[in-house]
Design a protein around this ligand. Structure first.
Ligand SMILES: [Zn+2]
Length: 181
């Protein structure tokens, strides 16, 4: 099956979270998939982000990282995920995680050219650091992605109701069917 960056893959609500969510099933070593491990998929991400990312009005025509900047960009992605995943759990992350994230942001801003995906992701992480209330930062109950719950009553359990909400309903339905057999 050919992979494509669909709107669903930008359910995070912030560029930094969409970048972190490029790893699918992060906590499951057997099924974990890194979409950025394929160069073409990383190269196509910025264009899709311009179309689907909730923060698209805040960044322009961003360029994918140059080959020599990719390792640094992935370090930034991992620091974003570790920090905000902890925070989504409801408590303040330890200072060491904050330090890792701030260092990754600083080195991305120092290294990456203005108008690059890496710089835009670093800026997005900074906005999240100052704005995100942990009550809005959530982990999807189905796929484990990070997302910002912008609903008024903060009642979202899924990154994307149309995909993960329905899959979860389907699997509950399947379990009920099995139990009733
Ligand atoms: Zn999900």
């Amino acid at each position: 099956m050919t992979f494509s960056w669909t709107a669903h893959r930008f359910a995070g609500g912030a560029l930094a979270l969409d970048v972190a969510n490029s790893v699918i099933l992060r906590a499951d070593p057997a099924r974990r998939t890194d979409r950025f491990a394929v160069s073409r998929q990383l190269d196509e991400f910025p264009e899709a982000a311009r179309q689907f990312c909730a923060e698209r009005a805040l960044f322009g025509d961003v360029a994918p990282p140059e080959p020599e900047d990719r390792a640094g960009f992935l370090q930034l992605r991992e620091a974003i995920d570790r920090y905000f995943r902890w925070k989504a759990g409801g408590s303040e992350p330890p200072g060491s995680l904050l330090a890792d994230l701030l260092e990754a942001i600083a080195s991305a801003l120092r290294r990456a050219p203005e108008g690059s995906l890496e710089a835009a992701a670093a800026q997005s992480a900074l906005r999240l650091l100052t704005e995100a209330e942990s009550a809005r930062l959530k982990i999807c109950g189905h796929c484990g992605w990070l997302f910002l719950d912008r609903s008024r009553n903060r009642s979202r359990a899924w990154c994307d109701m149309a995909v993960c909400g329905n899959r979860n309903k389907a699997s509950r339905h399947y379990r009920r069917k099995k139990e009733s057999l």
